[in-house]
Design a binder for this molecule. Structure first.
Ligand SMILES: Nc1nc2c(c(=O)[nH]1)N[C@H]1C(S)=C(S)[C@@H](COP(=O)(O)OP(=O)(O)OC[C@H]3O[C@@H](n4cnc5c(=O)[nH]c(N)nc54)[C@H](O)[C@@H]3O)O[C@H]1N2
Ligand SMILES: Nc1nc2c(c(=O)[nH]1)N[C@H]1C(S)=C(S)[C@@H](COP(=O)(O)OP(=O)(O)OC[C@H]3O[C@@H](n4cnc5c(=O)[nH]c(N)nc54)[C@H](O)[C@@H]3O)O[C@H]1N2
Ligand SMILES: [Mo]
Length: 567
């Protein structure tokens, strides 16, 4: 499917996704869908903007996603709202699925999820009967120790109701960065070469070995989030990590449990950073390779709808800079494997030559169409790409059918307790971007919102702790402690507090828990136990904040003048 189709859904089920803050362009489509008469169900523990325009807001307790989704499936089954014809023709595993889901009645899960059973039933009916229901999900699904299971459980809903492979249906992961889809497409994953070709498949490996004239390892690599473990705790010397080449990532700011990340960077023998700005991780680098930014080079991005789009250079880089691809080529050449390309099109041609699913997406075709959605297997103009991956109910399994998948709910790893009675969830805000090297170096954005960030807390919790709106507070977990400002708001429920991970001083990853999903290895950023304390001497606390910030700015070489933080 494509992003514009959101507008024409009869029902949007927005699950753990805050488009208004994260993707304003997608959010516009959600608003237009509403204007065109779509029903909206929003499943989010906070009253986000989507909840405000929704027909139903399922304000679930954080960490209970699978209970809710299984209870919706249970209702659809029990009330006979399934598309039996679609299930029969296009799926496997229905009987096993029914067996597991049977246990999750809305009445049975209602207290844990914090939503009346009648609301769960109503949402299930609305989803199953609209005719064109589309699911959009985001980090409220992915950033849990049980994440992949929930994605599959949401996919179950699409299969059992036949909401797949047709316009304005399906399940849409509204991906993060502009090119995170592209990074995956190009094989920046530990288990696949470009085009999702498995590293462990001998035939595919042989193809790449022949093309590149090298011997390639037959084992999967590891993900970014397990690097600290491999540096600090791995006993097998062949698996220990001693050198770390970090490109376009700031793990000290963005990975969970910052203290552990810092310890692992300190222990590494050699750290290289390739970035467009200095960041927190750069302080641990032995070598820093400065690269050009998106408007200073050209290439191809993949949109979240699998569409390849060309990006063009609009500015000449200032100073002695190279593009990321030139740096990679020179590094490779210096290490004994000469890599030489004259322009990005030569690299792209090599990619599509080796990836059958991308083979037809030439620079010329992308130029002509504006976007080419893979798979596009043929170079002729007739193959314009694939809008619906599962058109006509055809799936990529060998038998062409979709697999139902069912499993039991697992609670988050670290739950609220006597010492840390609140739950901490970390999210995004509209004015700043991820580790804030880019938006934090922009004075206009910084003047909109600045350090040390905010803690969203319910009026009842704030009152109990004697905390007033805008006051500085201390937030602590088993792993660390930071200062931030209280944003006392009705948008969050009692017992749960929220921070955004943009801030260098109010850095929530000092607190988060590195519990990983077993498959995706994505950390449980959305749930850990914390406590919040009032700071009686606000003046001293502001001095502390400003001193920490001045020190960080010096280390990060941020020398743009800064005005207006009160002392
Ligand atoms: N302005 C801005 N935009 C960005 C970014 C940025 O940093 N700033 N980052 C980009 C990136 S990398 C990404 S990945 C995307 C992510 O964009 P989103 O997917 O919107 O990410 P979040 O805001 O982290 O989380 C989404 C929602 O999940 C909810 N949530 C928390 N716990 C639960 C739960 O247990 N169940 C459910 N159902 N929901 C829950 C939160 O309340 C939140 O509203 O945004 C991108 N866009
Ligand atoms: N607590 C908490 N932590 C989170 C999250 C959360 O919700 N909560 N979300 C997680 C998610 S979904 C994501 S995607 C990550 C994002 O975390 P990161 O990937 O670490 O953050 P970014 O700001 O996207 O960019 C990383 C670095 O890339 C640099 N950069 C930008 N453009 C270029 C370029 O063209 N070339 C090079 N070489 N460098 C460039 C930037 O200056 C920056 O230093 O954070 C994760 N961390
Ligand atoms: Mo992301």
């Amino acid at each position: 499917m494509g992003v514009p189709e959101i507008e024409d859904a009869a029902l949007l089920f927005v699950f753990g996704y805050n488009g208004a803050d994260s993707h304003p362009i997608v959010a516009r489509r959600i608003v237009r869908a509403k204007q065109k008469g779509a029903k909206i169900i929003c499943a989010d523990p906070r009253i986000i903007e989507t909840a405000r325009i929704a027909d139903m807001h399922l304000q679930l307790k954080g960490g209970t996603n699978l209970l809710l989704v299984n209870a919706i499936a249970n209702t659809i089954l029990e009330e006979g709202l399934t598309d039996e014809d679609f299930i029969e023709k296009h799926s496997n595993g229905y009987a096993e699925f029914k067996e597991i889901v049977k246990k999750y009645t809305p009445e049975g899960v209602s207290v844990q999820v914090g939503i009346p059973a009648s609301d769960i039933r109503k949402a299930a009916r609305m989803y199953a009967t609209s005719g064109r229901s589309m699911i959009l999900y985001g980090m409220g699904v992915c950033q849990f120790g049980q994440a992949v299971d929930v994605v599959k459980a949401l996919a179950n809903l699409t299969i059992m109701t036949g909401n797949l492979g047709r316009p304005s249906t399906g399940i849409g992961p509204v991906r993060g960065q502009n090119n995170v889809q592209g990074a995956c497409d190009m094989g920046a994953l530990p288990n696949v070469f470009p085009g999702y070709q498995a590293v462990t498949n001998p035939e595919l490996r042989a193809k790449f070995e022949k093309a590149w004239g090298v011997k390639l390892p037959d084992q999967n690599g590891i993900t970014l989030t397990v690097v600290p473990h491999q540096v600090l705790h791995e006993k097998d010397p062949t698996k220990q990590i001693h050198g770390y080449y970090i490109m376009g990532e700031d793990p000290v700011q963005s990975d969970p449990d910052s203290a552990e990340v810092r310890e692992s960077l300190e222990k590494c023998d050699f750290v290289v950073m390739q970035d467009i700005f200095m960041n927190k991780t750069g302080q641990y680098a032995d070598v820093i390779l400065p690269a050009t930014s998106w408007c200073e080079h050209e290439g191809v991005f993949s949109c979240c709808d699998r569409g390849f789009q060309r990006v063009r250079k609009i500015l000449e880089p200032v100073g002695d800079l190279k593009t990321d691809w030139q740096i990679i080529c020179e590094m490779s050449t210096a290490m004994g494997y000469p890599m030489k390309y004259n322009k990005t099109e030569e690299i792209w041609n090599e990619v599509i030559e080796l990836c059958p699913g991308f083979y037809g997406a030439t620079y010329q075709k992308i130029e002509k169409q504006g976007s080419v959605q893979w798979p596009c297997r043929d170079r002729s103009d007739a193959d314009t790409g694939t809008v619906y991956l599962h058109k006509g109910g055809k799936f990529s399994n060998p038998d062409g059918k979709a697999n139902f998948f069912a499993t039991d709910w697992r609670p988050p790893q670290e739950v609220e307790n006597k010492e840390y009675p609140l739950t901490l969830c970390t999210v995004r805000e509209v004015g700043h971007y991820s580790v804030r090297t880019m938006s934090g170096n922009c004075r206009m954005l910084r003047n909109l919102e600045d350090e040390p960030g905010w803690l969203q807390i319910s009026p009842r919790d704030a009152e109990k702790l004697g905390i007033k709106h805008q006051e500085l507070v201390r937030v602590s977990s088993l792993r660390g402690s930071v200062i931030t400002r209280a944003n006392v708001t009705e948008r969050v429920k009692k017992g749960a507090v929220y921070m955004t991970y943009q801030w260098w001083v109010g850095a929530c990853n000092e607190l988060t828990n590195a519990n990983l999903d077993p498959i995706s290895k994505t950390p449980e950023y959305k749930y850990c136990a914390c406590k919040v304390e009032k700071l009686s001497d606000q003046k001293a606390a502001w001095e502390d904040v400003n001193k920490t910030l001045a020190d960080l700015r010096k280390k990060m070489r941020v020398d743009v003048k800064r005005e207006g933080v009160k002392a």
